[in-house]
Design a protein around this ligand. Sequence first.
Ligand code: 17E
Ligand code: FE2
Length: 411
Amino acid sequence: MLFRNAYIENAKELADLRVENGRFAAIAPSLAPQPGEEVIDLGGKLVLPPFIESHVHLDTCLTAGDPVWNMSGTLFEGIECWSKRKDKLSRQDVRERVQRCVRLYAANGVQFIRTHVDVTDPKLTAMRALIELREELRDVMEIQIVAFPQEGILSYPNGKQLMIDAVNMGADAVGAIPHFEFTREYSVESLNFALELAAKHDKLVDVHCDEIDDEASRGLETVAARALELGLYDKVTASHTTAMHSYNNAYVLRLMRLLKMSRINFVANPLVNTHLQGRMDTYPKRRGVTRVKELTAEGINVSFGHDDIFDPWYPMGNGSLRDVVFVGLNVCQMMGYEDIMNSYRFISTNAAKTLHLCDRYGIAAGRPANFIVLDAQNYYDALNKNAPVLRSVRAGRTIAETKPAQTEIRF
Ligand code: 17E
Ligand code: FE2
């Protein structure tokens, strides 16, 4: 099968992509169709590797207001609201909501999702359902599951054992929530426990780390030190790290050396953390997003996630990562021409590093023929005009198509 006339990743010249047996066989300008080969003309549109949702909570999605709304807009009230909803979890409820979300994501060119799944539930209902769905949806969406202790590891009854059970059930990654633990000592112990558990079972790590406006919340240094000492390096990700927004610059200078040595990844969630953070501030109000610009300048890998779709922590979301990038660039003041042009990397190649997709990802001969087509010629235009994803191709098969809206101006 031959896909013709694409601007691949902002290239200035058009190229064609040949797909054979679900993989890219050749990528070059003006490939001649072979006898009997199916040809699809992409019409001079932008082709990118598929979008990646590197941080979301699929188990909580589509539950906003059920049974109560988060009135204060804080992380902590969100956790209380969710705790009430958790009592009503069933396999069918989780399956139905996750399936709806996966279709929303698919419509928007997402083919890979890392989901955190709350394991502070004695029955592990959501974890069981997600492990089933990970298999069932494999052909259309690669789902990576983090065992996430929403109410703490040391601060929740039987918390350590629930983490171990989730890993034994087949979680791909181990999480933690140091800023929610009762004490600083618990916080450090929870991180030691999580990273050692991951090392023992050869799992990835993704910690909800310092998601608070407290400048004294310093889980991150422990995560980075253990990543280095246990040799886990880039298998480890620190998500949110919003306290870093509030750290003093002298401390950040010292921390940055360790972060680089540790090679850990970062995930920022610009929509959700601008909404949740700064809630104790009057004016000026903090933006609540980690130091994306400075981390990027130091060569540290950062991706962006949506975090929530219509749940106790965020009352919006439609499966599109466009607004995540758009708000992220605005809030982090990364609006130079090249910054904007290359910003798709926050939801593609950078996220692929975090998820450890390695040679399963990317537009190159020999790799799985996964790509998306946007209604623009480059990503600057795509972002600016909120271009739809016209086509999402997975292993050579088109799994979603969108027709662009047409507007007529009558003056
Ligand atoms: N849970 C949490 O601890 N932090 C978040 N941002 C969400 C859930 C969405
Ligand atoms: Fe999160």
